[in-house]
Design a binder for this molecule. Structure first.
Ligand SMILES: [Mn+2]
Length: 513
């Protein structure tokens, strides 16, 4: 959607100054009229992303050179920094929040903004009435563009970072889109050839069967899930095809490539029918096709990926020790061969198919940019992958961090990291769960999430209207005597479905109103 131009609000330079002045107020924690190195560090650590990394470095350099910095010196400096883009974002936000296009923000419009910015579990949550009073300098009961520009200053009483504002803007664009997703389409990708052990595909039937047996969940899914037109069922099972593979550094790549072509088409088709794809997959290899399908549906948008998994899944045929393709989906999506870390010399047939998979999205560029990737619960990586994560600064939210900061905070950190993403894909490999919970998966690893933590994280993520696809994979009933993992996965599936039902209902109500 394109943003209409704003009504003229006087000199651009004056508005920008006012806003940079508000930024100064934010940095001036003790309000004494100068900002010190300590205050700068306090603000930068409290608000990740309030300014871009280069500007943060430049500000530190300024303070190091000048000592404490006055407002005037700060403004002189700040006007020369291209990354201090608060100004334009606030103006765009004003437009999006002003749903009746009156040129003023009402208390109700501020309330919608606050509901998207603050989480209900935040003790310091600000009411719309309180925010209105603080921003309303001329006391006319509504907020002008000029008044709104002081939103990030101390006087607004709202704790908000530049990353929050960017996320809010992208969220509002999705909320106001007429092409918003309003029901679920269940996409099944029944392939287990990418895993080292057969049987992951059977997890799909197991989960669907369990949904049917539980009355409440069956009703919810009947209400929420719509049939996808022209349904394909991408399938390839080791039990039928045998375990031998002629391509040791990307085992079964030929068959998996065929499955992935179907899966990408199915995901893209589901999105184009206005349905939110919940992908039930066997092994994780085909998630690369899910990403390609999302990319086909939204070729121009910035796509973020949240990968919840014990493994980083970013090997290529050049670096893989096992040759199992469920360790490669992110290297396919990002076209990341990682040649400097190569230990294998894959044959020509493998490489032809590998290139073909990397181009599955039909776009010239890779489907995924690694700066738009964040991991949760990854704890079992090989050196080649560790090099990639370090070189591209890909964040990993560890299980310890989830436990320390809370699962809801972990979800918020992911969404903040992807503040500039238009769309987000959430991929959940059940081996993200602790190995005591998920015995029924190919590669269980200790030190993972508890089921409750996974549920809270997924609910937090799925509430964001930018999240446009969710995948669950690697449930392997053949490895699970007691069906513990099936039970746990059912709870996670139900929690996610309930969250989507809430989200679709809220969006429908605000759209109608
Ligand atoms: Mn995985």
């Amino acid at each position: 959607m394109s943003l209409p131009t704003l009504p003229s609000t006087g000199s651009m330079a004056a508005v920008a100054l006012q806003e940079l002045s508000a930024l100064f107020d934010l940095f001036d924690v003790n309000g004494d009229g100068t900002i010190t190195a300590l205050e700068v560090e306090q603000v930068l650590s409290a608000f990740g992303g309030i300014v871009a990394a280069e500007e943060a470095a430049a500000l530190r350099a300024l303070i190091a050179a000048e000592g404490a910095v006055s407002r005037a010196a700060f403004l002189d400096w700040a006007q020369l920094q291209p990354g201090l883009e608060v100004h334009q974002i606030l103006r765009d936000l004003f437009q999006l929040i002003d749903t009746d296009a009156s040129g003023w923000l009402s208390r109700d419009e501020l309330a919608v903004m606050l509901s998207l910015l603050q989480s209900p579990d935040d003790g310091a949550a600000l009411s719309a009435e309180a925010l209105l009073q603080r921003l309303d300098v001329d006391g006319n009961g509504q907020i002008s563009v000029e008044e709104f520009l002081s939103l990030i200053g101390r006087q607004s009483g709202l704790t908000v970072s530049l990353a929050d504002l960017k996320r809010l803007k992208k969220t509002l664009v999705q909320l106001t889109s007429t092409a918003r997703l309003a029901a679920v389409g269940l996409v099944e990708v029944d392939c287990d050839l990418g895993a080292g052990k057969a049987g992951a595909g059977s997890g799909i039937e197991l989960l669907k069967g369990a949904v049917q047996r539980q009355q409440e969940l069956r009703r919810l899914s009947e209400r929420l899930i719509q049939e996808i037109e022209a349904q394909l069922r991408p399938t390839a099972r080791a039990a039928e095809l045998g375990d031998g593979s002629a391509t040791p550094h990307a085992r079964h790549i030929e068959t998996i490539a065929r499955v992935m072509a179907d899966a990408a088409e199915l995901v893209a088709g589901t999105l184009s029918q206005g349905l939110f794809p919940i992908v039930l997959a066997g092994d994780h290899s085909t998630a690369a096709a899910t990403i390609a399908g999302i990319r086909r549906a939204y070729p121009e948008e910035r796509l973020g990926v949240i990968w919840i998994d014990a493994h980083a899944d970013i090997h290529s045929p050049f670096t893989t020790p096992s040759g199992n393709m469920h360790g490669m989906p992110l290297a396919i999506a990002a076209a990341h061969d990682n040649l400097p870390e190569a230990i294998n010399d894959p044959d020509g047939r493998t490489l032809d198919l590998w290139r073909q998979l990397q181009g599955l999205s039909g776009s010239e560029r890779p489907a995924l940019d690694l700066r738009d990737l964040i991991y949760i619960a990854v704890r079992d990586t090989e050196p080649a992958e560790q090099v990639t994560l370090a070189r591209h600064s890909i964040p990993v939210i560890s299980t310890d961090e989830v436990r320390l900061a809370g699962a809801a905070a972990a979800a918020r950190r992911c969404l903040a990291h992807l503040a500039e993403a238009d769309r987000i894909y959430v991929s959940f490999d059940v081996d993200a769960l602790d190995s005591t919970v998920c015995k029924g998966t190919g590669t269980p690893v200790p030190g993972g999430l508890w089921a409750e933590e996974a549920q809270v994280i997924l609910r937090g993520l799925l509430a964001d209207p930018r999240v446009c696809c969710w995948e669950i994979c690697e449930i392997n009933p053949h490895l699970d005597d007691l069906n513990t993992l099936a039970e746990v996965s059912l709870g996670i599936f139900q929690g996610g479905l309930e969250q989507l039902a809430e989200r679709f209902a809220a969006a429908g109500a605000s759209h109608a109103g």
